[in-house]
Design a protein around this ligand. Sequence first.
Ligand SMILES: Nc1ncnc2c1ncn2[C@@H]1O[C@H](COP(=O)(O)OP(=O)(O)OP(=O)(O)O)[C@@H](O)[C@H]1O
Ligand SMILES: [Mg+2]
Length: 253
Amino acid sequence: MPLIAVASPKGGVGKTTLAANLAVSLQRLGRQVTAVDFDSQNALRFHLLPDGPATLGIARCVAIGRSWRETLQVGESGVRVAPYGDSTAAERLHMKEALLEQPLAELLSELLDSDDDILIADTAPGEGRLQARLEGLADINLVVLLADAGSMSLVPGFRDGLLLTPAHAGAPETLAILNQVDPRRRLSRDISEFIAGHHGGRFVGAVHYDEALAEAAAHGKTVVEAAPESLAARDIRDIASRLEARLRVSQEA
Ligand SMILES: Nc1ncnc2c1ncn2[C@@H]1O[C@H](COP(=O)(O)OP(=O)(O)OP(=O)(O)O)[C@@H](O)[C@H]1O
Ligand SMILES: [Mg+2]
């Protein structure tokens, strides 16, 4: 079960936007992708699914004991989406607690038709126990950083892996994406070069600051669909190719 968990210690850095765009890019590379939303903001669906009525999502399924497979919807891109869904405060609390007890790998595998399908999980910001469990299952733990001073302060931790789970054999590969890079701004340029230089093999690429991303999202689309020639779409496609190659290597191992 090739699983990419998209995470970051900070909020608002572009996790959901990148998870959606990477999902579509990986799908276009010929892989079946299923995107799962673990964030109660329930935002992933707005990038990948047409506007629709209230949806059954994974949170309510946990509360009422239904399979996550029942939540699956297919977007125009072909990406299958398991939304977090509409939820009450009680369901959100229950979800957090129940997922710590339940066999998460089994719940996720219910979403797949084949062992080759790629799962991409969008997570809430910060370092919770659910993030740690997802990280423990992931093949790639993708950390989104911004080209700002805050991300610089994460560099020492990142060098140690930024892992929530203790290092163990078969631990996920932790890779960083630098988002919202603006080469016209010196600070952004310098920080990007520093982070790329210091993370070496763990740095999987940078995505330009590009308003096309927000414009696409406003129309319920990803930038790789709405503006495929934009800078951000090119960056994201390159990163998706690198991730796909790494997943193939880890599957063959
Ligand atoms: N490369 C980019 N260029 C310009 N705007 C971007 C870029 N990436 C993300 N954004 C914008 O940044 C905002 C936050 O993005 P997003 O919601 O994906 O972040 P997030 O990390 O998922 O947030 P949260 O922590 O709340 O889940 C959105 O308005 C999005 O359009
Ligand atoms: Mg988000």
